[in-house]
Structures are given as C-alpha cells and as structure tokens.
Design a protein around this ligand. Structure first.
Ligand code: NAD
Length: 298
C-alpha cells in the first residue's frame, strides 16, 4: 500500500488526513503543533519526530500549509523533505499559493529528483470533513493519474487543470469570486435589513433567484439562517480573514503579471485589508458583514 505523509494539520489538513486514515491508508503526520499530531494519532495515524523521518517513511507527501513561504520552508529548509525523501516521491501541495510559487516549488522538487503537483482545494472545512472537496490539479498527466485515487478519498471532484501551476491559477480565480461574492451577499443582506426585510425571507427568495451563490446558500454570513456556519459561532473560522486576504493579494499580483483588469477583485482586496487592519484577521472571512453593517466590534 502507498504510504502517505501529511504535513499541516490545521482547519483543513486535520479533517483531510482524518479521511485518509478512516479509509484505511497508511498515514504519517507532522505539524508544528503537537496537539494536532496527537489528535490524528488517536485516530490511527502514525506520528514522526521530524520531517526527515516522515520523508524517509512514505511514497507520497501532502502539504496543507498557510502560505507559499511555509511550503518552501518544509520543502527546502535545513531539515526539509527535498533532502530526505526517497527518489521520485510524489509531492502534492494542496495549500493555496501563487502560481509563480507553485512553479518555483516544482523546479526545486524536480532538481532534487522528486515529482510534484499543485492540488489546491475548494469547499472549506465542512467539505474537508465530509470528503467532498474539489481538487484542482496542475502537473504532468502521469502524476495526476497517480494522485487521483488518493485525492478522491478526500474529495468529490478531482480535476486536471493543465500543467504545473494551473491548479493554483484555477484556485486564485475561484477565490477572487468567493471574496467578491461574500462582500456582495453581505451588502445585500445589510440593505435588505435596512429596508425592513426579514433576512430569512430574503434568503428564501434570493436562494431561489438569480442572486443565488455559494457565499449565500452554503456559507451565509448572517447568523440564524444556515446550520453549522461560522456566523452561528461568533465567526470562529472556518477560513480566516487573513487567509482570504492572502488569496486576494495573490489574485491581484497574478492580474498585474498578465495585465488583467480586475476592479472588483481590487476592491475586495482593499475591503479585506481594512477588515484585517481593524484587528479581525483571525475571524472567519464571512465576518466582513459586520464591518459592512457598521457593527464592529463583534
Ligand atoms: P491553518 O492555519 O488552520 O493550518 C495550517 C497548519 O499548518 C497549522 O496546523 C500549522 O501549525 C501548520 N504549519 C505551519 N507551518 C508549518 C511547518 N513549517 N511545518 C509543519 N506544520 C506547519 O490553515 P488552514 O485553514 O487549514 O489552511 C491551509 C491552506 O489551505 C491555506 O493555504 C489556505 O489558504 C487553504 N484553504 C483553506 C480553506 C479553509 O476553509 N480554511 C479552504 C480552502 C483552502
């Protein structure tokens, strides 16, 4: 059986690794947070004491880390996996990083004799838990074919987007839509409320009308409408406002690099910058509705 290393056991990585364990895979886990490791080990994963030990024990290494810089540290740091993994190990990076970072990481991996694909995800913590993520994959056809059965254990859709970096290209476009649409939904519910419309009534109508979108019908930022969303839990993440801002910044760097005009992406970036600067970086990104309502602090 393929042995899988999983590095980064946070909001997303923990439930993803959990699903691999639950489905009978041989999983070795590592994180800077010992509690996160202990939790997975209780569920049946194997603990390792270092990245070196993990690298030497597995055939496939998944990373689910905050930023491109974190992935680079895990790949190319002094105790990094590129120094210690077996030749031809397949590296699957599911973190959201820039297209340029994904391509640079791929070059580093190739130089060290490893294979690599970028495989960012969409769906959030609920989909990570339910193994219904969407994986968007950039890389060689043969590496995609090798990874697909593994990724399918954590997702409902595993889509090859093209060569290395194209998974991140799809992800950054998707998350630019997400950031913009969360603000749009927030503005509409704020306006509806000021016009005397019950938010539940607006949801009932708009979720069956042309304003329908994921930010409304799966992740509604208004409390008391959908079960199990951060809005019902004091906006505990979920997906932090800091992560959303990271993704929007990536979208704007990408847009600049190819001369694309993304005015709403730029506005969403400015609004999430403001929200983060107001001290709310650790809240879920849907909490931006509170800023739009003028209802800060939460
Ligand atoms: P998180 O901050 O909850 O988890 C990151 C984990 O990585 C933490 O447990 C941290 O201890 C660990 N870590 C950081 N540096 C490390 C290192 N050098 N070695 C080992 N472990 C290290 O983040 P998250 O919300 O799980 O997001 C992870 C990635 O997934 C991000 O790139 C994010 O943009 C993307 N993403 C998140 C969501 C979401 O809803 N949270 C959805 C889709 C994609």
């Amino acid at each position: 059986m393929t042995s899988i290393g999983f590095i980064g056991l946070g909001h997303m990585g923990a439930p993803m690794a959990h699903n691999l364990v639950k489905k009978g895979q041989n999983v070795f886990v590592f994180d800077l947070n010992q509690k996160a490791i202990d939790h997975l080990v209780q569920e049946g994963a194997k603990a390792v004491s270092s990245l070196k030990e993990l690298s030497q024990s597995v055939d496939v290494i998944m990373t689910m880390l905050p930023t491109g810089r974190d992935v680079e540290a895990v790949y190319a740091g002094t105790d990094g996996i590129l120094r210690h993994a077996k030749p031809a190990t397949l590296l699957i990076d599911s973190s959201t990083v820039s297209v340029d970072d994904a391509r640079a990481l791929h070059q580093l991996a190739n130089k060290a004799g490893m294979r690599m694909i970028d495989a960012p995800v969409s769906g959030g913590v609920a989909a990570a838990t339910a193994a219904t993520l969407t994986f968007m994959v950039g890389g060689d056809e043969s590496d995609f074919a090798y990874a697909k059965p593994i990724l399918s254990l954590m997702g409902k859709a595993v889509i090859h987007a093209g060569p290395i970096g194209n998974g991140q290209a799809a992800k950054v476009c998707n998350n630019m839509i997400l950031g913009i649409s969360m603000i749009a939904v927030s503005e509409a519910f704020m306006l509806g409320s000021k016009l005397g419309l019950d938010p539940k009534k607006l949801f009932e109508i708009s979720s069956q009308s042309s304003g329908q979108c994921w930010s409304m019908t799966t992740y509604c930022p208004v409390s008391g409408i959908l079960p199990n969303v951060p809005a019902n839990n004091d906006y505990q993440p979920g997906f932090t406002a800091a992560m959303m801002l990271k993704d929007l910044r990536i979208s704007q760097m990408a847009a600049q690099s190819v001369g694309a005009a993304t005015p709403l992406g730029a506005e969403a970036t400015a609004l999430y910058t403001l929200f983060n600067n107001l001290g709310h970086r650790d809240l879920d990104f849907s909490a931006i509705i509170k800023m739009i309502e003028g209802a800060l602090p939460i």
